[in-house]
Design a protein around this ligand. Structure first.
Ligand SMILES: C[S@@+](CC[C@H](N)C(=O)[O-])C[C@H]1O[C@@H](n2cnc3c(N)ncnc32)[C@H](O)[C@@H]1O
Length: 291
């Protein structure tokens, strides 16, 4: 293609896909489309109806910069500033973990378990963007949700998302280390967490998108990845009502270890593992025994 040819949307897309492929980016077409739609200020789907349109200098300049950053493995969600989760857009910054589709498995189970409680009191530990807490509040209008994170900048992002999705009046955001900002005299019906669960040694082998750009504190948890999970299992019974539930997102390789940890905690019964869409165990659930 000669360089004198005009830079139409089609041509920019084709060039970008080729360039991202060359730079070993995993999903070159998807990324190219999301970045170009962002540079054009339109929906991805609209690109198809604008294929032959010649792009102006300004959006082309924006696109050039986005592609340059993407080739340095900056995640697309950070470049465009949002990520869809459970059909809602969540604001993301490099201070928060980018919500993953895996976590939708936990939310589905949480919403189901919340139904019998009528007006459930829910706790989300390690809220990040607030994606678990906020999708729960949006989909269960009677729920009141408390969300804790150790990271003050993450809590700011969660607050912005709660305002955007109009649930800030039912979401209490607290800063602290796991249960530290909470009072056992005010227990919860359900405690959910997608905690950090990567082993320290694994950090170096993670994809550069993750390792170079996402917050380490959101991902790593001790030598076997289970440090925080152990603490959550130990401490959560004190903050749960009898018949209340604990839900933990886990790595698919941790299911046996987490089951054993839950079985060793006498306050829990009815321990089960829920598979994600790929059929692998992704969420551990336990219910607190009646006293
Ligand atoms: C895996 S991210 C999950 C974020 C979000 N809930 C999600 O599912 O996308 C874990 C979160 O836990 C927070 N965190 C890490 N250690 C913590 C601790 N000791 N107490 C409270 N939050 C913690 C991190 O800041 C991060 O936001």
């Amino acid at each position: 293609m000669s360089s004198s040819e005009p830079w139409t949307i089609r041509r920019i897309l084709e060039w970008t896909i080729g360039h991202l492929t060359e730079k070993t980016i995993d999903t070159p077409r998807l990324d190219a489309e999301i970045l170009l739609a962002h540079a054009c200020g339109c929906q991805r789907i609209e690109l198809y109806t604008r294929y032959d349109e010649v792009l102006g200098d300004k959006p082309r300049g924006v696109m050039r910069e986005l592609v340059k950053r993407r080739t340095k493995f900056e995640p697309v969600a950070y470049l465009v500033g949002y990520r869809e989760f459970f059909s809602l857009d969540f604001r993301v910054t490099p201070d928060v973990l980018i919500p993953r589709p895996d976590t939708e498995t936990l939310v589905l189970e949480l919403l189901e378990l919340a139904k019998p409680f009528g007006a459930p009191r829910i706790l989300d530990i390690g809220t990040g963007t607030g994606c678990i807490a906020i999708t729960t509040a949006v989909n269960n209008r009677a729920a009141t949700v408390t969300a804790v994170d150790i990271s003050p900048p993450a809590l700011k992002v969660a607050h912005a998302n709660a305002v955007q999705h109009e649930v800030a009046d039912r979401l209490r955001l607290l800063e602290g280390d796991l249960f530290a900002p909470l009072n056992p005299a005010e227990p919860f019906d359900i405690i959910a967490s997608n905690p950090p669960y990567i082993a320290e040694q694994e950090w170096e082998s993670l994809q550069p998108d993750v390792r170079q750009h996402e917050p380490r504190q959101a991902l790593v948890s001790g030598s076997d990845g289970l440090d925080i999970i152990r603490r959550l299992i130990k401490q959560s019974p004190e903050f749960l009502v009898p018949d209340g539930h604990l839900l933990l997102e886990i790595d698919t390789t941790q299911s046996d270890a987490v089951r054993r940890l839950l079985e060793a905690e006498s306050a829990f019964e009815n321990i089960r593992l829920i598979n994600d869409l790929t059929g692998r165990p992704r969420v551990a659930v336990a219910s607190k025994c009646r006293e």
